[in-house]
Design a protein around this ligand. Structure first.
Ligand SMILES: [Zn+2]
Length: 192
């Protein structure tokens, strides 16, 4: 169950973008979709926007670098271990991304909702504004307890947990299972 509803879509989009453009490319057999040199291609970015409910039809190849840059910019937020550090980072970005909040209702299933970027802003700017505001809202509510880097050995993908329970520490089921199996084997090996 999603606790933050529409507002969480920017959180999921931020995670997807950071994982697409940063970290070790194709580092992990559990994530075959990450094959090197393709996960931040124009097609991959377009697909990412579509999956995350952004206006993917407005994506143009000239936008690709702006998206890649923003993914690299957001990564340190997920790596932050101190709240103060994360807040400073978000506040710095909030100064850099011009906002002009307004209500919008463009046949979206969510109905009336807030857009943060100016109405005339291009797609990368709107993406920056939405992801930044949604991450900021998440931090206001939960601190750093809902975001981080995957706890699985050898995985550097980031995650955000918008579930009610909020106990997630892994980027995926695959990483959680792999870690649990390894821990189980280690216990068996160490048992007398
Ligand atoms: Zn992982």
């Amino acid at each position: 169950m999603q606790i933050t509803g529409y507002r969480s879509h920017g959180v999921a989009a931020a995670v997807a973008l950071v994982n697409a453009v940063t970290g070790q490319a194709g580092n992990d057999a559990d994530h075959p979709e990450d094959s090197e040199n393709t996960r931040d291609s124009e097609d991959a970015l377009r697909a990412l926007l579509r999956e995350c409910g952004f206006f993917w039809r407005q994506f143009e190849p000239r936008h690709a670098d702006a998206f890649r840059e923003w993914g690299r910019t957001l990564r340190p937020f997920f790596e932050a271990t101190e709240l103060e550090e994360a807040v400073g980072l978000l506040n710095g970005l909030l100064l850099q991304v011009p906002m002009h909040p307004h209500l919008a209702d463009h046949d979206d299933p969510a109905g009336l909702h807030i857009h943060y970027a100016p109405p005339s802003a291009d797609l990368p700017h709107r993406f920056r504004a939405t992801t930044l505001m949604n991450l900021s809202e998440l931090v206001c509510k939960y601190g750093l307890s809902r975001t981080g880097v995957c706890a699985a050995e050898g995985c550097d993908r980031v995650y955000a947990d918008t579930s009610r329970a909020g106990r997630r520490r892994f980027c995926s089921e695959a990483c959680a299972n792999r870690t649990n199996v390894a821990a189980f084997r280690a216990r068996k090996r160490d048992a007398p």
